[in-house]
Write a protein that binds this ligand. Structure first.
Ligand code: BT5
Length: 324
């Protein structure tokens, strides 16, 4: 069954570059050596490669960059997040699928993910480019017990969770641009779209849409976002295992969303500030109704951006696009 297969895989991932003997694996899982060998063959069919060393065992030498739910689950270290993962090769967008599931009562931490989105979207229906096999295009259902006006804070919570996940797995520290972008070197690596299902006084579900450019080369991006976008591969020079990154992000998303509900925004705000590239900068702010320039001086304990205008007056910005 699939779960043994990925547990065996996890062992081999952890011990690379040292071999693990078939006998060791058999003992660990209470299986026969023949059963182990069969699982290794199945993994090879999925694109994993192994070196077999006589009397020493198996070494994992390469892995396909798949986001098979079983592979994500093998890497998970969460309590509930990622227990249910809905995977599709192609979707218009993961958001409406997650909305539908949330309405039908899906549990907190349910994930909808795909290899490719044909109609991925950002805020205000802007397009989100989601090339096949290159990124992480997923929606996560949260059900925090908070009033609806606190929902925008979860964009900041998610930004911290994703930044930490990227830092752990890719070894590179992104910057957070208020409210919903992660940048590396000024280029966009991640966009977050927080949508809400709520009664007047209570959140029923938050649908966190997360788009991360992982293994793109510049040619994989359409022309219109050359000059805006980058990927982890472009920034680090190596392929990043998407399943491992997804698992790590789910871990932090669970951790920080629970912490938010228990302790409020303050502890997370400190983390957020440590990644921020917004505070202290002169910025251009575009809201639905106006455009103005000013200096970003702080975010409040509610996640609202404070901008000081040239005349000294301070404005509160709840939602906007900003340019540094
Ligand atoms: C966002 O919107 O940044 C939120 C993006 C959320 C995407 C996820 S993927 C999973 C889930 N399902 C969906 O359909 N969406 C979510 P916004 O701040 O409005 O930024 C959109 C702008 O980013 C576009 O107008 C482009 O300029 C730029 N852009 C589009 N695709 C990009 C990409 N792959 N990388 C970097 N920038 C991109």
């Amino acid at each position: 069954n699939g779960s043994y297969k990925y547990k065996i895989l996890k062992k081999l991932q952890q011990s690379t570059p040292s071999p693990v003997s078939g006998q060791q694996l058999a003992d660990d899982f209470g299986l026969s050596r023949t059963a182990i060998w069969k699982y290794i063959k199945q993994l090879e069919e999925e694109g994993y490669t192994f070196e077999t060393i006589r009397k020493k065992g198996y070494i994992l030498t390469s892995q396909p960059n798949s986001i098979d739910p079983a592979k994500i689950k093998a890497a998970l270290e969460t309590t509930t997040f990622g227990e249910t993962i809905i995977f599709e090769e192609t979707l218009a967008s993961t958001q409406p699928v997650a909305h539908q599931l949330a309405q039908e009562g899906a549990k907190v931490g349910t994930v909808v993910i795909c290899e490719e989105q044909t109609l991925g979207r950002g805020r205000m229906q802007r397009p989100w480019q989601s090339q096949k096999g290159k990124g992480i295009w997923m929606s996560v259902i949260l059900r925090p017990d908070v009033p609806p006006y606190e929902a925008p804070q979860f964009t900041l919570v998610a930004a911290v969770a994703i930044a930490k996940g990227i830092e752990d797995v890719a070894g590179i520290r992104p910057q957070i641009k208020w409210p919903n972008d992660l940048l590396i070197d000024g280029f966009k690596i991640t966009g977050i779209l927080t949508e809400l299902q709520a009664d007047p006084d209570r959140v029923n579900a938050l649908i966190m849409g997360i788009g991360i450019n992982v293994n793109h080369t510049m040619d994989d991006f359409p022309e219109e976002i050359h000059g805006i976008a980058t990927s982890l591969k472009l920034q680090t020079g190596r392929e990043i295992d998407r399943a491992v990154l997804i698992a790590r992000i789910l871990y932090y998303l669970e951790y920080y969303s629970n912490q938010y509900v228990k302790e409020g925004f303050l502890p997370i705000k400190k983390e957020w500030e440590s990644y921020s590239c917004t505070i202290g900068q002169t910025i251009k702010v575009t809201t639905l109704t106006e455009v103005f320039y000013g200096k970003a001086v702080a975010i409040t304990n509610d996640g609202v951006l404070k901008v000081q205008l040239p005349d000294g007056e301070t404005k509160s910005v709840y939602s906007a696009d900003i340019e540094l």
